[in-house]
Design a protein around this ligand. Structure first.
Ligand code: ATP
Ligand code: MG
Length: 414
């Protein structure tokens, strides 16, 4: 790690084009953090997504701070800190019941493998830190007075609603190919378009996405797929060739194009994955492999299998037992998927029928295996069949869910 001599920052008034007079609560609460650094003789700015979202009037989930103080110096300014990513210059300061990520101005260099830099170098200049950022709208900083520092016309681009790479797009995607996925993800989340040269650079370099770990691609894919403009972003994901570099999506453009004319954006990550497996027409036994290759969790895979199976059943007049087996969550998600796909089902009737089921879960059954044994039923496969038979009869309303009624039924079977 190189520690350059401390210089006065080169940010000049000519780079300040706008001043926010009324800062939202989240920023006001964080002001003392910046002021603490300033009082210790350092520079400090709000930076990146939080400044962008402030200007767009979007919900802000956290504020990031950038400073010319080195991590050890940041730590001395606050009573409680966590070394979150100290080798990259990030320290988390705990202040006023909140936590703030404070990152030292840095540049990145030596992107040998199209992903993540080999070397992070601390710099003393905000300009250089902003230069390493991906898009002009993400390269905005704001000081304690609410003045916005904009070196790359990010404010114009916010106005024009475009995603434009900082500097030469081609070079920036060579440095870190994930940025191409980030471009389409921001398109969806912000309802922006890709600036022409930025788009062309994605078309020309989409193959580089294959160098990026699936986990990082997945994170951006999910944000893209569930954002408000998922359909238009997905169209670019397909048209630029990015989808060709993703697990199981290569050569599937025709099937996936349906995504671009969905009735609405998928409402959750699990509905997104379910729609993808439905569009790809994956049989139940192929869903596991697909989800695994996208490095999804087993829990997510289970949910998606459940929703996809429920969706199949919706198209085949589901019985009460089918509804019981789906469960409320899968039923709701499958109805949602059908609506999004423009194949609406009679959801009111289905949900009414579900609500009226005598039991919603096997645990709701008045009896269990142990109870059957106590009634003189011998443990074994036959007992399993009997238990299942009782459950089906109860669900269908052919048997009352009470010990008394079930005991009578069992005695007739023995
Ligand atoms: P979100 O609202 O999703 O958190 P964000 O813009 O804050 O959006 P982050 O991934 O949290 O996105 O990154 C914070 C900031 O770090 C970005 O605004 C951008 O300035 C910079 N950044 C993040 N990832 C990259 C990258 N791969 N290349 C260049 N700059 C990046
Ligand atoms: Mg962020």
């Amino acid at each position: 790690m190189r520690f350059p001599p401390r210089l006065k920052s080169k940010v000049s008034v000519r780079h300040i084009f706008m001043k926010i007079n009324q800062l939202p609560e989240l920023f006001v609460k964080a002001l003392p953090v910046l002021q603490t650094l300033e009082q210790a003789g350092f520079e400090a700015y709000f930076v990146g997504g939080c400044v962008r979202d402030l200007l767009l009037g979007r919900h802000i989930h956290d504020v990031d701070i950038t400073t010319n103080a080195y991590p050890e110096e940041v730590k001395k300014c606050f009573d409680r800190t966590i070394d979150t990513g100290i080798q990259h210059g990030t320290v988390t300061a705990l202040y006023g019941g909140e936590s703030y990520e404070i990152t030292t101005y840095r540049t990145e260099s030596g992107y040998q493998d199209f992903r993540r830099p080999d070397k992070v170098t601390f710099v003393q200049n905000l300009d250089e830190d902003l230069k390493r950022r991906d898009f002009t709208i993400n390269a905005l900083a704001m000081n304690t007075k609410g003045e916005i520092v904009d070196l790359f016309h990010g404010l114009d681009d916010l106005d024009k609603k475009v995603i434009r790479a900082v500097g030469v797009a081609e070079e920036r995607f060579h440095e870190d190919a994930l940025r191409m996925m980030r471009a389409v993800r921001f398109m969806s989340q912000l309802q922006f378009s890709l600036e022409g040269r930025t788009r062309q650079a994605i078309v020309d370099n989409h193959e580089l996405l294959s160098k990026i770990s699936i986990e990082r691609v997945r994170e951006e894919f999910v944000k893209m797929g569930t954002g408000p403009d998922a359909r238009r972003a997905f169209a670019e994901f397909l048209d630029t060739g990015l989808s060709e570099e993703c697990p199981h999506l290569a050569g599937k453009k025709d099937q996936l194009t349906v995504f671009t004319s969905l009735k609405a954006s998928p409402s959750s990550e699990r509905v997104l994955w379910s729609l993808i497996v439905i569009l790809l027409n994956l049989p139940e036994k192929a869903i596991g492999g697909f989800m695994k290759d996208w490095k999804n969790s087993n829990a997510m895979t289970r949910k998606v299998k459940g929703i996809a199976a429920a969706f199949d059943k919706l198209g085949q007049s589901p019985s009460d037992v089918d509804l019981f087996e789906m469960g409320a969550l899968n039923l709701n998600d499958a109805i949602d998927a059908a609506f999004i796909l423009g194949q609406p089902v009679d959801s009111k009737t289905l949900l009414d029928r579900y609500q009226k089921l005598p039991i919603k879960d096997s645990d709701d059954l008045a009896i269990d295996g142990r109870w059957l044994i106590a009634q003189g039923v011998r443990p074994g496969p036959k007992m399993g069949t009997l238990l299942n038979d009782i459950k089906t009869k109860v669900i269908n309303g052919d048997l009352v869910n009470s010990e008394l009624a079930i005991a009578k039924y069992v005695s007739q079977q023995l």
